[in-house]
Design a protein around this ligand. Structure first.
Ligand code: NI
Length: 171
């Protein structure tokens, strides 16, 4: 099921999400819905807070054919190395792309939907996706990580999202 997205500056995106204790049917359905929502929007990743759920679950698919869904519960980065600068966007920050520096390589521990412990090595786009999605679980957005020039370049677009949110909330 495609779910409604949480959009910046919704305060829910700023919460630190809770670890998942038990990987049960509810978590598997959550992951399934997150994949549906990610594919519907054409994203390479999605974190649970982006559909309004503050739990530590992410989904990723960096394959060209969009047919290699990956679901991770309680993911944690254990090692970062190298540097990479590339454009990034986010389904919760619609219409904005900007250059973000990330580690080129990461190692991640997580559980899969069967509760098995995984150790993953990722480079390039996959490493970037892990860093971006795990940041969501800690309330961090890619627009927090821009250098001064990039922040300046997209400032009007960010202000516009804030205006849209305010008027929708009737604040
Ligand atoms: Ni995002």
């Amino acid at each position: 099921m495609v779910l409604e997205k949480t959009v910046y500056p919704d305060p829910l995106l700023r919460n630190v999400s809770t670890p998942v204790d038990v990987i049960d049917e509810e978590i598997r359905i959550l992951a399934e819905n997150m994949l549906d929502t990610m594919y519907d929007e054409g994203g390479v990743g999605l974190a649970a807070p982006q559909i309004g759920i503050n739990k530590r679950v992410i989904v990723i698919d960096t394959s060209r054919d969009r047919n290699q869904p990956e679901c991770y519960v309680n993911p944690e980065i254990t090692l970062r190395s190298g540097k990479s600068l590339a454009d990034e966007g986010c389904l919760s920050v619609p219409g904005i792309t900007a250059e973000v520096e990330r580690a080129e390589h990461v190692e991640v521990i997580a559980q899969n939907l069967d509760g098995e412990e995984l150790e993953i090595s990722a480079d390039g786009l996959a490493a970037r996706a892990f860093q971006h999605e795990i940041d969501h679980l800690d309330g961090i957005l890619f627009i927090d990580k821009l250098d001064t020039a990039e922040r300046f370049r997209v400032r009007d677009q960010i202000a516009n999202l804030e205006e849209v949110y305010k008027s929708a909330e009737g604040v």
